[in-house]
Design a protein around this ligand. Structure first.
Ligand SMILES: *Cc1c(COP(=O)(O)O)cnc(C)c1O
Length: 415
């Protein structure tokens, strides 16, 4: 068996023609001819399956150490398909801090169709145990005894505060009560963690982000271990029809080939940027795992090989985060993440604006919080870009004569 980096490049070869093409073909065909009425072909209709999609689905199943993969037209289409395997009356325990679109899909769609969601702090194992077991169901913790949850759903790293969720421990608690463990692995990818190896049952990706990696496509992927779960997800893929088109399957496949190279650079850039931010007087806090404490222990305890390329930070009170963001030139002001180019955004106004302010503050997403998705540029350019934007915010502060900033510490650091 080949190793991970080789698998990224080659996938599982199809060798279905004799042209010698080194890449799997993009089959632009919605329908496939039968040899005869009685001979059922391998492919008949492209929604049900096609060779280009099959290549990508087998590739992601191999990379995530699963048995079966599925490609969808977006991350949310993938999440919709996974959630469709549940029935009215099922309870799903959800990590407190999840992607806004997922939160909305759960609470504004599936909740109206009889699935119950209960949000918990997935780092509080006692609360998680109580919620999954049904001992403490209901948002108000009314103490009524209900049946165990059918699933727990969470993200490997929370967005935008980058708290680490321990797949192993969370999945073990789920399994204690017969619930399955569903992990959105978008922020770290199989390069940094394979949740199925750590006890998860279903892995989901917004492949729009790191896997495709170039801000060109929306795509979603699902990988499962269990045959029965796989059968249900295939039904959803084929019947809802939110499938990824062949050309986009090829975009994701090509992105995956360079995943390790991109992620290595993104992580080392993220570490440089985080170190710069930590030392900057206009920055109050930096959120990137392992900055405070034993980084290697945090990695090994959580079965991770790295923390990815997203980080966030708060500017000091009085400094205007909008001035910082509006003056960036290398960083583009945009939502999304995981691509080759660096992006910056203001969660309270952009990615997380749907969350009521009070809810937002409760999970720690303040009005001063800026999220960065670090790309593969030169770290020095990223740092200089931030530095000159901080200078603008500092000038504005000084004009207002704010007493909140220790100006003696302010130096534009070029690393
Ligand atoms: C972007 C994202 C999604 C949604 O994926 P789309 O491809 O935009 O539909 C889901 N989960 C996470 C963690 C994401 O970052």
């Amino acid at each position: 068996m080949t190793r991970f980096n080789t698998q990224l490049v080659h996938g599982l070869p199809v060798n279905d023609n004799n042209t010698g093409a080194v890449n799997p073909p993009i089959y632009n065909s919605s329908t496939y001819a039968f040899e005869s009425v009685s001979a059922m072909p391998r492919w008949d209709y492209a929604r049900s399956g096609n060779p280009t999609r099959d290549f990508l689905e087998r590739q992601i199943a191999q990379l995530e150490h699963g048995t079966r993969g599925f490609a969808f037209a977006s991350g949310l289409a993938a999440i919709h398909a996974v959630l469709s395997i549940f029935k009215p009356g099922d309870r799903i325990v959800v990590g407190r801090n999840i992607y806004g679109g997922t939160y909305s899909l759960f609470n504004e769609y599936f909740a109206e169709r009889g699935i119950e969601f209960e949000s918990v702090d997935t780092a509080d194992y006692e609360a998680l145990d109580a919620a999954i077991s049904g001992r403490n169901a209901g948002a108000d913790g009314d103490g009524r005894c209900r049946r165990p949850a059918a699933a727990v759903y969470f993200e490997t790293l929370t967005n935008p505060l980058l708290q680490v969720n321990n797949v192993n421990r969370i999945s073990a608690i789920a399994h204690r009560y017969g619930a399955i463990s569903i992990v959105d692995n978008t922020f770290v990818t199989p390069y940094l963690q394979q949740p199925l190896d750590l006890g998860a049952d279903v892995v989901i990706h917004s492949a729009t982000k790191y896997l495709a990696g170039h801000s060109e496509v929306n795509a979603g992927l699902v990988v499962v271990l269990d045959e029965e779960i796989g059968r249900k997800i295939y039904f959803a893929q084929n019947r809802f029809g939110g499938v990824l088109a062949p050309a986009e399957c090829n975009d994701v496949r090509r992105g995956i080939q360079t995943l390790a190279l991109r992620m290595d650079r993104q992580q080392s850039n993220a570490e440089s940027v985080a170190a710069y931010l930590l030392a900057h007087p206009l920055v109050r806090t930096v959120h990137y795992p392992g900055l405070h404490g034993d980084r290697n222990r945090l990695l090994s305890e959580n079965g991770l090989r790295g923390f990815g390329g997203v980080l966030s930070f708060e500017v000091v009170p009085g400094a205007d985060p909008a001035i910082v963001l509006d003056n960036l030139h290398v960083f583009r002001l945009a939502v999304s993440l995981g691509a080759v180019e660096s992006l910056a955004e203001l969660p309270c106004r952009m990615t997380h604006f749907e969350l009521p302010r009070e809810e937002r503050l409760k999970v720690g997403i303040t009005d001063e919080l800026i999220r960065l998705s670090i790309g593969i540029e030169d770290a020095t350019d990223l740092i200089e870009d931030l530095g000159q934007a901080f200078d603008k915010a500092y000038d504005a502060l000084e004009r207002e004569g704010s007493a909140l900033v220790d100006f003696s510490r302010l130096t534009t650091v070029a690393a």
